[in-house]
Design a protein around this ligand. Structure first.
Ligand code: GLU
Length: 415
């Protein structure tokens, strides 16, 4: 088989697991070569009247367990290898939380801050026109990701429905509620992570009011998880955004912090708090550290200085592989991204189910069901780990890889 399309990062990531599970070449190919890769460019007329071509990607990695699923990101650093890796991670993520989906990811290489709202709408519609024959409720279902949101999903849905001439809300998730979006989708990633933490509370003796938590990142995910954990009674001692952080060892009133940020546009100058940098926040003496900002925040340079007992990865890949080893040696427990932040895609799945049935659920029902999906996945993982004496990331990969390969085998694609 030609190996031109192989995803190098995926190869590096499954390597350890492949050895543990003694995988053969056909199995490795399934896990490292995407099923379909779309690379395209499309013209958009800018506000200035000039026409510019944009590059877009959609990678449908594996669909053995169901239609492919995954977000679309708008970022200046989007490239094919990154999209392949993220599509691979979506395949694992959906398997870990037992969704009947494969994995996909898409992106457009742009810095969205440099375009007007009208231009972003045209880019969103142009992107969907390019992939419209390759997506659908039983084929591939996009969703929001970095720098894309419900408003962009609404434009994308509208473009798709115009092309097809009928209503098909289940083609895309993360939509605004009046267009068929699900209740709680906007904070589902954060509350999913909070449920995971709650499930670990007994094992790690994390008592409400006593457990100190530091959250890096105050975007949608970071802000909401800080808010939820504070509401539940945990002591959130530090939060930060891209500019700076604030700290109070007795705990911050996150509701007030949110009001302050909304009013002043910054975290700085919040009453009774000390200013700290993002680096200092990571190294605080907290029980739980929640990186909820960008990739590569904990590296071999600072891993040794981390003092938290548990790290909940709400961002995608906030810990580099070298740092991972250092943290494991220090006996720090890591709850990996593909489970910690899976709450978003679980509620996307609920949205798709609601769209398919034309029957909509209350927020209470969405949250009850989300909790079951998240806690069941944690329980299943803890078991793999004890059986195989592996770390949490390995056990997560093993669990997902086994499910994907089993589906391929049942289809007759593997011996
Ligand atoms: N972009 C989110 C993720 O990476 C959500 C994907 C989805 O809902 O399909 O998990």
């Amino acid at each position: 088989m030609e190996k031109d399309n192989v995803c190098i990062n995926c190869y590096n990531q499954v390597d350890k697991v492949a050895k543990l599970l003694k995988l053969g070449q056909a199995e490795l190919d399934i896990l490292t070569i995407p099923k379909r890769i779309l690379t395209f460019s499309f013209p958009v007329k800018l506000d200035s009247g000039d026409i510019r071509y944009f590059t877009g990607y959609r990678v449908q990695f594996n669909d053995a367990r169901g239609p492919t699923k995954g977000g679309i990101r708008f970022h200046s650093e989007v490239n094919l290898e990154e999209i392949k890796t993220l599509a691979f991670l979506m395949t694992l993520k959906c398997a870990v939380v037992n969704l009947p989906y494969g994995g996909a990811k898409g992106g457009v290489m742009i810095d969205p801050k440099r375009f007007s709202e009208e231009e972003l709408e045209k880019i969103s519609r142009g992107y969907i026109r390019e992939i419209n024959n390759f997506i659908g409720p039983d084929m591939d279902i996009p969703a929001p990701d970095v720098n894309t949101d419900a408003k962009i999903m609404a434009w994308m849905l509208d473009e798709y429905e115009k092309l097809k001439g009928r209503h098909i809300p289940a083609v895309i998730t993360g939509k605004p509620i009046p267009l068929g979006g699900s209740k709680a989708r906007d904070f589902s990633t954060s509350i999913g992570g909070a449920y995971v933490l709650q499930e670990l509370a007994d094992t790690f003796d994390m008592k409400l009011k006593k457990t100190k938590i530091a959250v890096q990142g105050f975007g949608n995910v970071g802000m909401n998880i800080a808010r939820i954990l504070h509401e539940w009674g945990y002591k959130v001692i530090a939060v930060s955004d891209s500019k700076s952080g604030i700290y109070n060892n007795k705990g911050l009133d996150i509701k007030e912090v949110i009001k302050h940020k909304e009013k002043t546009g910054q975290l700085l100058k919040f009453k009774n708090s000390k200013v700290i940098s993002n680096e200092e926040l990571l190294e605080l003496k907290a029980d739980v550290l929640v990186p909820a900002a960008l990739e590569d925040q904990i590296t071999k340079k600072n891993a040794d200085k981390i003092k938290a007992k548990l790290i909940l990865e709400m961002a995608n890949r906030p810990i580099t592989p070298e740092a991972d080893e250092i943290l494991l040696d220090k006996k720090i427990f890591i709850m990996p991204d593909i489970l910690a932040n899976a709450g978003g895609v679980v509620v996307s799945y609920f949205e798709w189910v609601q769209n398919s049935q034309n029957f909509y659920w209350s927020e209470k029902l969405v949250l009850e069901r989300l909790k079951i999906y998240m806690t069941d996945a944690v329980k299943a993982l803890s078991k793999v780990c004890t059986d195989l004496k592996c770390d949490m990331r390995e056990s997560l990969y093993i669990n997902a890889v086994k499910k994907i390969l089993e589906a391929e085998r049942l289809r007759g694609n593997l011996r």
